[in-house]
Ligand binder design. Structure first.
Ligand SMILES: NC(=O)c1ccc[n+]([C@@H]2O[C@H](COP(=O)([O-])OP(=O)(O)OC[C@H]3O[C@@H](n4cnc5c(N)ncnc54)[C@H](OP(=O)(O)O)[C@@H]3O)[C@@H](O)[C@H]2O)c1
Length: 318
């Protein structure tokens, strides 16, 4: 294992929420952190709040060309990577109309899944250069239709990947008509779990490939992960946050979730191979990170392989 005090870490989604809190911990521990930020403004803002040792790269993950560009820059630079942390994500909760990237890919799938698969594909040579590398992917329990959160609304279900098979322009991965922003998010998190499965197969279990669920993470301010929610007004979101966080106490803080992500990046005890952890509610207001089974669909290795291959085709065509 490389010196645990100086892991070289590349992190997406480090400008806010769970990723930003993880960045605070990792940079304070002396790791060499590079954060992929959407634009120069978020990059400047992020760096201004973290130690000088933290670097940023500008990349809108919705744009595959931009993702390919930063990957080429990193590969040309040739610095080994100890940890690739694919954490960025968005949800268009309540949306009934899909939005598309410049390459014509539905944005939830483009950002949460496709950009991250492209990074994993292109950056593998840098991981292979490290003594003891790992990949960490922030998924979610909503990928699992039998989990509490996965039961709310339409469940995650990729069908036979009919939408993806048809090429760019699909709204839902399973090809179902119309668009459901909540289901698209659950589907993307199921894709994240399958991406981890397939990466692990390709790497023949040589390194830890860790998917995890941070729990329901709610910030104290009005921003945070639910800022794209089309259905709720700020008052409705405030009421939801108050009930979930302060009455039911089923939410996790960004700070704790960030500490867990930092732990997953560095913990030498995590075994090589596929791992899935969930930050479970265990008592009134308490959480515990535990190894957990994925959904049956999230364990479908054939689907994982097809999802990867069809995504690869989509990447090469756009
Ligand atoms: N919050 C929850 O309850 C929850 C539950 C389960 C799983 N998760 C997962 O946890 C991860 C982190 O979410 P969070 O709660 O920390 O939410 P967040 O505060 O909204 O953070 C999301 C991060 O992703 C980045 N991002 C989004 N779209 C991007 C794009 N096109 N290009 C570059 N960066 C982009 C954001 O950058 P900007 O700052 O530029 O927007 C931000 O840094 C996500 O993968 C999410 O699916 C969250």
């Amino acid at each position: 294992m490389a010196d645990p005090a100086s892991q070289r870490v590349l992190l997406t989604g480090g400008s806010s929420g769970v990723g930003f809190e993880a960045a605070k911990v990792l940079s304070a521990q002396g790791h060499q952190l590079t954060i992929v930020c959407r634009n120069p403004a978020t990059a400047d803002q992020t760096r201004s709040l973290l130690p000088d040792s933290v670097h940023t790269l500008i990349c809108d993950l919705a744009d595959l060309a931009a993702v390919a560009t930063i990957c080429s820059q990193l590969v040309d630079r040739g610095t080994a990577l100890d940890a690739l942390v694919l954490n960025a994500g968005l949800q268009y909760a309540g949306a009934s109309e899909a939005q598309f990237s410049v390459q014509g890919i539905e944005l939830t799938f483009a950002v949460n899944q496709l950009a991250h698969q492209l990074m994993a594909m292109r950056l593998l040579p840098l991981l292979r250069k490290a003594a003891s590398p790992r990949v960490v992917i922030t998924a979610s329990e909503v990928h699992n239709p039998s989990s509490g959160a996965g039961k709310v609304g339409k469940p995650a279900d990729l069908g036979d990947l009919e939408g993806l098979r048809a090429g760019a322009g699909f709204a839902m991965v399973n090809g179902s008509p119309g668009f459901d922003g909540n289901k698209a998010y659950k589907d993307s998190k199921l894709c994240n779990v399958l991406m981890a499965r397939e990466l692990n197969r390709q790497l023949e279990g040589a390194l830890p490939v860790i998917a995890w669920s941070p729990g329901l993470v709610i910030t104290r301010n009005s921003g945070g992960f639910f800022r794209y929610n089309k259905r709720s007004n700020p008052l409705g979101m405030g009421a939801f946050a108050f009930v979930a966080r302060d009455l039911l106490r089923i939410t996790e803080s960004p700070e704790n979730a960030g500490r867990l992500l930092a732990q997953l990046v560095c913990d030498p005890k995590i075994a090589p191979g596929f791992n899935y952890f969930t930050n479970k509610v265990v008592s009134f207001g308490g959480h515990r990170l535990e190894p957990t089974d994925t959904s049956a669909e999230g364990a479908d290795l054939q689907k994982a392989r097809e999802l990867w291959q069809l995504s690869e085709q989509l990447i090469s065509l756009t």
